[in-house]
Design a protein around this ligand. Structure first.
Ligand SMILES: *Cc1c(COP(=O)(O)O)cnc(C)c1O
Length: 380
């Protein structure tokens, strides 16, 4: 095998060919923007898919998280609990609201929010007399967290869950779709996600008052009047009809895309499990992760760090990526609170060893073969 000329990328859009027909339809009807029938249909189809009563298509997953925080009453000076091991977009909208994030560690079983650390954070908040306004639970690389335990703890304290399912579109926990567990759930259709509308997001909720209010806020908070009447400040956060057309066409293939990402993961596991010192992100019982990205741990016994492997792979024309740097370690969140799982911080230890391998659903078998061979070479 020789080094590929074309770089093997981590994750990129996977078009089926149906997209152009859907977008053509939007053009033919001249529903270009802002809204239109594809937006309505995309919302309806996504709500049905997720098993929730209502959904709202937005310009990004970040916009959906921002509106969700507003709906949950997060404002200046409030505290919000948030997964530590996730992309910054999980927590940044809390700062848009001038709220203060407090970060919660992962557990070893799911790499997601640790119920034990969450309970400790609640106990500390109770002692201080300042309860968080909500708990933002991320679903790392499409893996469902321990949702039963987390929901139970949050219910005990009467604090709502915001489920950040940006990476978990199509994932399941106990046979129910991710995105349907929180008071509000969020999907992302960014270009590198499981399916893409080239950019966009969805807010999901069983509470139709939430989606109605979010719809109002996302459309510049226009009151019902013949002229432009405003009693509140809103946002320009809606999804355009063209992008919704693209998103709907992608939805038709969502199950295949998840199955393919899972197959990519399985092949890595079959072929690389024999490499001493290399291990894989687990899958929690009763769950079906999307395996958006295949994540592995490189133990010190290999004599290599994750950055050594990343640099080696780069020379092989393969794009790898470190696991998210935990948010409590980001300079911008310096001084924010953090609750570790136990004696040691799990998210820190995952970051120090973690690496994501190319996982695109459109990746060819030959490309994956090259990645596997390169990893074996690097670690042999
Ligand atoms: C991608 C992502 C988001 C944000 O979605 P955008 O559509 O890119 O704004 C939020 N949270 C997580 C965990 C993500 O991976």
């Amino acid at each position: 095998m020789k080094r590929p000329d074309k770089r093997i990328l981590l994750s990129y859009p996977h078009m089926s060919g149906d997209e152009i027909e859907y977008v053509r339809d939007a053009f033919a009807s001249n529903w270009i923007a802002p809204l239109g029938p594809h937006v309505d249909a995309f919302e309806k189809e996504t709500a049905e898919f997720a098993g929730v009563r209502s959904a709202l298509a937005l310009s990004s997953g970040s916009a959906a998280i921002h509106l969700a925080l507003i709906l949950l009453g997060v404002g200046a000076g409030d505290t919000v609990f948030c997964s530590a091991l996730t992309f910054i977009a999980s927590a940044a909208p809390a700062v848009y609201q001038n709220a203060v994030p407090v970060f919660i560690d992962s557990d070893e079983d799911t790499w997601n929010m640790s119920p034990r650390a969450l309970r400790r954070a609640f106990k500390a908040a109770e002692a201080k007399g300042v309860m968080p306004k909500c708990v933002i639970v991320a679903e790392l690389y499409g893996q469902p967290p321990k949702l039963d335990e987390i929901t139970e703890i949050c219910e005990e304290y009467g604090v709502p869950v915001l489920e950040d399912a940006a990476e978990a579109v199509g994932a399941e926990y106990r046979g129910k779709k991710c995105g349907s567990f929180g008071s509000i759930g969020v999907y992302s259709y960014n270009g590198n996600k499981i399916i893409t509308s080239s950019g966009g997001g969805m807010l999901l909720s069983d509470n139709e008052e939430y989606t109605a209010r979010a719809r109002f806020l996302a459309t510049q908070a226009r009151d019902a009047a013949p002229w432009y009447e405003h009693t509140e400040i809103g946002y320009n956060y809606r999804m355009s009809n063209i992008l919704a057309a693209l998103g709907r066409a992608q939805m038709l293939h969502l199950e295949e895309r998840v199955a393919r990402r899972r197959a990519v993961f399985e092949r890595y596991r079959e072929e690389l499990s024999c490499v001493p010192g290399l291990s894989f992100m687990p899958e929690y019982e009763k769950c079906r992760a999307t395996r958006w990205l295949t994540a592995v741990l490189i133990s010190p016994q290999t004599g290599k760090s994750f950055m050594d492997v990343l640099r080696y792979m780069d020379r092989q024309n393969v794009e790898c990526r470190p696991v998210w740097k935990p948010l409590h370690r980001q300079p911008v969140f310096k001084g924010c609170g953090y609750f570790a799982d136990g004696e040691k911080s799990v998210s820190d230890s995952l970051f120090e060893r973690g690496l994501c391998l190319p996982s695109a659903s459109a990746m060819t078998d030959e490309e994956q073969e090259w990645v596997i061979r390169s990893i074996k070479e690097c670690l042999s």
